[in-house]
Design a protein around this ligand. Sequence first.
Ligand code: NAD
Length: 241
Amino acid sequence: QDLTADAAVLVTGAASGIGRATVELLLAQGVRVVAVDLDGGALAELGGLAGVVTLAGDVAEEGTNRAAVELAVETYGRLDGVVLNAGTGGTLPWEDPRAVAAAERIFAVNLRGPMLGIRAAVPALRQAGGGAIVVTASVAGLRADPGTWAYNASKSAVLNLVRAAALDYAAAGIRVNAVAPGLTRTRMGGGPGERRTARRVPLRRYAEPREQAEAIRFLLSPAASYVTGATLVVDGGLDAS
Ligand code: NAD
């Protein structure tokens, strides 16, 4: 079951990777999109497409989240779904003098961002009589990896933020779920070590961004009408291994 063709969905981190693939899937079924990203240049490519309005901004700032929701309501008269997908990470040596500041930035984008996004979106989703929020977490929130403690901690926290928000907004008809991608071929996830790293994955390959977008689309759609507070793991079997 698809989203109705005139639905409006807000997507953050929309200019690249999983966010971009999600925008493309939604547009293909006639859903209208508000695309938010820090990278205004990359966002401009999306801005040319029919059914897309764009907003350049940082999801760690409250103003960006509020402005994005306002843009959806002004442009489309409604908001039905929200994909809080923008994220950042990286390896962080514990002893590095910049580690604390770098970790705080990771927490701000990956945890504060979705918190602000949920708070900004709920009034508009209530107005629509309910809706769906999907947060892109990570399999890194379910397990640990060497050197990426701040990323692991932020993704772990956001998984429980999603579960708690699902409880708080269930009565309002707002479903809140997470996708937990494994290794995915994007700017953040792909790269030179891919072939070697892929050997750790039971399916022996990285995911394509579209395979994550399909999971996000499912959680947004009426086909997932009884799914809330869930984590949909899309990791080629990594977490099970
Ligand atoms: P990507 O780098 O291709 O895309 C991320 C996009 O988010 C970029 O366009 C970037 O400009 C934007 N962004 C970053 N910080 C932002 C901010 N503060 N405000 C607004 N936009 C911001 O990477 P991706 O792999 O598509 O990442 C999407 C999500 O998937 C992230 O939350 C990431 O943690 C998660 N994820 C990725 C992988 C992977 O292997 N690629 C695995 C698990 C989870």
